[in-house]
Design a protein around this ligand. Structure first.
Ligand SMILES: C[S@@+](CC[C@H](N)C(=O)[O-])C[C@H]1O[C@@H](n2cnc3c(N)ncnc32)[C@H](O)[C@@H]1O
Length: 757
C-alpha cells in the first residue's frame, strides 16, 4: 500500500526539525486517534500540535518508568486517573487557596478580564468520602475538582457537581480532563535563553507573548489605610546606624545590608521606652479614646486635587490632603501622583468632617520615587507588578538604573533590615510596587483592633519581662496547647512545626460547606459546596495589653523581618524570587505575607474595575477558622499584594516540599477574622537558597484565579509534572484495536519507514 502522503509530509516536516521518525510515529498515531483523523488540526501552524505532543512525550519518557505490561493493553474508556503513580508514593498536600474564576465564566486566565472574586470561590466539589484525600479538592479551584482515593484530582468542566460516587469511581472522561493541547500561555522568553530550560529545540508551545499592558486610568485610586501605625522612626534611624555595608553575594551587584543585628539566638531584642509604647497606645493617646487602634474604613484618593478639597500647602506637588468625612472615613486628595498607603496613616480626625491634615508626600512615598530623582510612579499603581515574566519588561533607562541601583533597598527603609535585589542575567529591574511592612485595611474590610476587646483571658496582663523564659507559660500560650510555639531562641518548636506541616497535609483537617457563603456573590449567584477550608493551628503572640515587654520571646512576627533576604532574578525562568543571604534554622520566622486587607467582595469589585491587577498575585483568604463560625459571611477577609505588598510577594511556588510553611498568627487580638499570615522555615535553609512555599495550585485546573503558569519548581513532587505524566499515560496506553487501525493509516507494512529527503 502506498504510504499516506499526509503521513509522509508530517514525517518530512519533523525531519526538517531534526525529529526522528521513530519519535514521530507513535505520537502521530495518538494524535490521529485523538483528533479523529482530522489532519487539519495536526497540520495547523506547521504541525505545532504534533511538535508539542512529541516534546511532551519526550519529556515524559525521561520521567516515566517502563510501562507495566499488564496495563499496556488495558482498555481506556472514559475513565481513569488510576494509572498514575500511587498516592502512597508521594505525600499529597491538599490544595487550598483563594481562587478566582474568570469573569466571563471561562478560563481563569481571563481573570485579567476581571474575575469576580466571589467567583473566586467556585466551590463545586463535594466533600470527599472519609479517607479520601482532598488533594486538589480545594475551594479555590474554580472548576469542579474532586479527588480520587489515590489523591488524584478529577476536574469536571461542567457546572454540575460531581457526585461522590462519580468521584470515587473516577468516572471522568479523559477528554474532559485532557482536551487536545490548548494554547499554553507561556511568558516571554528571556533574552538569550531557550524556553525549554535544558533544551535548545524550539519550544513546543505556541507562545502568546502578552502585549504591553496599558496603564488603566481609573478615575479614583483607592488607597488603603494602615491598620497599625508604623514604628517610631527612631527605631529605624537607630538601627540604620548598624548598617553593614558590603557585598553579601559574591557575584551580586547589589548587596543586602542589615540595619539591625540579627536576633537569632537572642531572646531580647533591642527595645526602647518609645518602642514599648505600642502603636495602639500612640493612636489612642492622640484621641483620648480607650486604648484602641480604630481602623477607619475608607481612604479615597482622587486624582484631581482641586475637585473636592483644598490643597492647603499652596500647591506643593509633594503634598496630599487627608479629609475626614462625616462617616469617619478619610479621603485623600493628592497631586496627580499616587500617594502611597502611608498617606493614610494619620491620627483620627481631630475635629470632624472636612478638616484637613496636610501630609508631606515625601514622607509617605515608599516606591521608587525617592530614588529616581523625584520621578513619580505612573498612576494608578502598575497593574501587574508581581510577575516580570509575563508582565511587560521593565527595560530600564539609565535613569531607572540609577534610581533602583542607588536605593539598594526594596523596602525603602520600611523594614528593620534592607532587602536588596540583584539581577545577574539581564537588565531587568524588579517590578515597581508599593512596599508596605504591615497589612493595610482597604475600605470595608473593617478590622476593629481594640485593646478593650482583649479580655484578660486573652492576654497576660500580669506578666513581666520575657514570657517564654517563664517557668509557667502565660495565658497567651493557651492557643498553642499551654506551651509557647517559640523557643527561647525565637524559632518554632520542632513539635509545633511538625504538627503544622502534618495538619496541612491531612485531609481530615479540611471542612467543607455545603453552601459556602463565599459563593453567594458569584456571577451565577449559585450557592455551591466549597472545596474545603483548612483548619490551622494558630500562634498567639503577646501584645500591647500583655504585661511583658516588647522584647518578650512570644513576640516574633510582630517585629517584622529580621533576616537578611534578597530579591533576585531566578535562573530557571520563574521571574524574580526571594532568597536568604544567611543560613536559617528550621522554624525561623522569615516574613509575613503583607498586602491590602480586602473583603472578598472588595476583591471582586477590584478585579472588575482593574482587571489586570493581581493577574499574577494570589490573594490569600483568611479562613483558618472558617468552620468555627467566625468568618462565615461575605466579609471574609483576604490579603492582596498586587499593588501594595512586602518581600513575600516575590516568594515563588514549590510543589509540596517548599522550604517555607505558612502559619496563622494572632497578634492584635483574639479575632480570627483577621490574623497574620506568617512564613516560617520548614527545614534548615542554607544561605543563598531560594525561599519557596506551596501556593496550593492545582495545575490540572485551567480555571485559575491568576495566570496559570507552567511550574518550574523542580520538585520531585511537582504537580505540574504529574499532569504531563497523566497525559503521557493516556496517550500511550490505548487499545490494541486502535493501533491496528492506525497501522493502515500510516501504511501498514511492518518495518516500513519513511525517510525524509
Ligand atoms: C507571587 S509571584 C512570585 C514572584 C514572581 N516570580 C515575580 O517575578 O514577581 C507568582 C508568579 O511567579 C511565577 N512563579 C512562581 N512560582 C513559579 C514556579 N514554580 N514556576 C514557574 N513560575 C513561577 C508565576 O508567574 C506566578 O504567577
Amino acid at each position: 500500500m502506498a504510504p499516506n502522503p499526509k503521513v509522509v509530509a508530517a514525517f518530512r516536516a519533523m525531519a526538517s526539525l531534526g525529529i526522528e521518525e521513530h519519535k514521530v510515529k507513535p505520537v502521530l498515531k495518538k494524535l490521529l486517534r485523538l483528533y479523529d483523523k482530522n489532519w487539519e488540526l495536526i497540520e495547523e501552524e506547521n504541525y505545532r500540535t504534533l511538535i508539542d505532543a512529541i516534546f511532551d512525550a519526550d519529556e515524559n519518557q525521561e520521567l516515566e518508568p517502563e510501562p507495566d505490561p499488564a496495563k499496556k493493553n488495558k482498555k481506556v474508556d472514559a475513565v481513569e486517573v488510576d494509572d498514575e503513580a500511587p498516592a502512597h508514593e508521594e505525600p499529597v498536600r491538599p490544595l487550598k487557596r483563594l481562587r478566582l474564576r474568570g469573569q466571563d465564566g471561562q478560563s481563569s486566565r481571563l481573570l485579567s478580564n476581571g474575575g469576580p472574586i466571589s467567583a473566586a470561590f467556585p466551590l463545586k466539589s463535594p466533600k470527599p468520602e472519609p479517607g479520601t484525600v482532598p488533594g486538589s479538592s480545594s475551594r479555590l479551584q474554580p472548576q469542579s475538582t474532586s479527588v480520587l482515593s489515590n489523591g488524584n484530582a478529577v476536574v469536571d468542566k461542567g457546572k454540575k457537581p460531581l457526585s461522590p460516587e462519580d468521584t470515587l469511581r473516577g468516572r471522568i472522561s479523559i477528554s474532559d480532563r485532557n482536551p487536545p493541547p490548548a494554547v499554553f500561555k507561556e511568558p516571554a522568553v528571556e533574552p538569550g535563553t531557550s524556553p525549554l530550560s535544558n533544551n535548545k529545540t524550539p519550544h513546543p508551545y505556541p507562545f502568546i507573548i502578552p502585549k504591553p499592558e496599558p496603564v488603566d486610568e481609573g478615575p479614583d485610586y483607592v488607597v488603603p489605610i494602615s491598620m497599625i501605625l508604623p514604628e517610631p522612626s527612631s527605631v529605624r534611624d537607630s538601627s540604620a546606624k548598624n548598617d553593614t555595608a558590603g557585598e553579601q553575594d559574591g557575584n551580586n551587584t547589589v548587596a543586602s545590608q542589615c540595619r539591625n543585628e540579627n536576633v537569632e539566638g537572642e531572646d531580647i531584642l533591642p527595645s526602647s521606652n518609645e518602642e514599648a509604647k505600642s502603636n495602639a497606645e500612640l493612636a489612642s493617646s492622640s484621641t483620648g479614646e480607650d486604648a484602641s487602634v480604630k481602623v477607619i474604613p475608607t481612604v479615597c484618593l482622587s486624582k484631581e486635587p482641586e475637585a473636592n478639597g483644598t490643597l492647603i500647602d499652596g500647591g506643593n506637588k509633594d503634598s496630599a490632603i487627608l479629609s475626614c468625612t462625616a462617616n469617619g472615613s478619610i479621603s485623600v486628595k493628592s497631586s496627580p501622583a499616587l500617594i502611597a498607603p502611608q498617606a493614610a496613616v494619620s491620627p483620627p480626625c481631630p475635629s470632624g468632617p472636612d478638616d484637613a491634615v496636610l501630609v508631606s508626600k515625601k514622607d509617605v512615598m515608599n516606591d521608587f520615587s525617592e530614588s529616581d530623582g523625584g520621578k513619580e510612579p505612573e498612576e494608578p499603581v502598575p497593574q501587574n507588578p508581581c510577575n516580570v515574566m509575563n508582565a511587560p519588561k521593565h527595560h530600564h533607562t539609565i535613569d531607572d538604573t540609577r534610581a533602583v541601583g542607588a536605593t539598594n533597598d526594596l523596602t525603602k527603609g520600611e523594614e528593620k533590615v534592607k532587602i536588596s535585589w540583584v539581577n545577574n542575567s539581564n537588565n531587568d529591574i524588579p517590578p515597581p510596587f508599593h512596599y508596605i511592612p504591615r497589612n493595610l485595611v482597604f475600605r470595608d474590610a473593617y478590622v476593629n483592633i481594640s485593646l478593650s476587646r482583649i479580655g484578660s483571658e486573652d492576654c497576660c496582663s500580669t506578666c513581666m519581662g520575657n514570657c517564654v523564659l517563664s517557668s509557667k507559660p502565660c495565658s497567651c500560650a493557651k492557643k498553642t496547647g499551654g506551651d509557647f510555639a517559640y523557643t527561647a531562641q525565637g524559632v518554632l518548636k520542632e513539635k509545633f512545626l511538625e504538627e503544622c506541616i502534618a495538619i496541612s497535609r491531612d485531609p481530615q483537617n479540611y471542612s467543607y460547606c455545603k453552601e459556602c457563603p463565599l459563593e453567594m456573590s458569584k456571577n451565577d449567584g449559585c450557592l455551591e459546596p466549597c472545596k474545603g477550608h483548612l483548619k490551622r493551628k494558630f500562634i498567639k503572640e503577646c501584645w500591647s495589653k500583655c504585661g511583658c515587654g516588647k522584647h518578650c520571646g512570644n513576640r516574633i512576627v510582630q517585629r517584622g523581618i529580621s533576616r537578611n533576604l534578597q530579591v533576585f532574578l531566578t535562573s530557571d525562568g520563574k521571574g524574580w524570587g526571594l532568597r536568604t543571604l544567611e543560613d536559617l534554622p528550621k522554624g525561623a520566622f522569615v516574613c509575613e505575607f503583607v498586602g491590602e486587607i480586602l473583603t472578598v467582595e472588595e476583591l471582586h469589585e477590584r478585579n472588575l474595575k482593574y482587571p489586570k491587577s493581581g493577574k499574577y498575585t494570589y490573594p490569600i483568604l483568611l479562613d483558618a477558622e472558617w468552620n468555627s463560625g467566625v468568618v462565615k459571611d461575605n466579609h471574609a477577609l483576604c490579603l492582596y499584594a498586587a499593588s501594595y505588598g512586602n518581600a513575600a510577594r516575590f516568594i515563588n511556588h514549590r510543589c509540596l516540599d517548599a522550604n517555607l510553611i505558612e502559619i496563622p498568627v494572632e497578634v492584635e487580638g483574639p479575632s480570627h477574622h483577621y490574623y497574620h499570615f506568617a512564613f516560617f522555615t520548614s527545614r534548615n535553609i542554607a544561605a543563598h537558597e531560594e525561599l519557596t512555599w506551596d501556593y496550593g495550585i492545582d495545575f490540572d485546573d485551567d480555571d485559575q484565579p491568576v495566570e496559570l503558569f507552567r511550574c518550574k519548581c523542580g520538585s520531585k513532587f511537582c504537580r505540574n509534572m504529574k499532569r504531563s505524566n497523566r497525559a503521557f499515560h493516556h496517550f500511550f496506553f490505548e487499545t490494541k484495536e486502535f493501533f491496528n487501525n492506525l497501522e493502515n493509516e500510516i501504511g501498514g507494512e511492518k518495518g516500513k519507514t519513511f525517510t525524509s529527503k
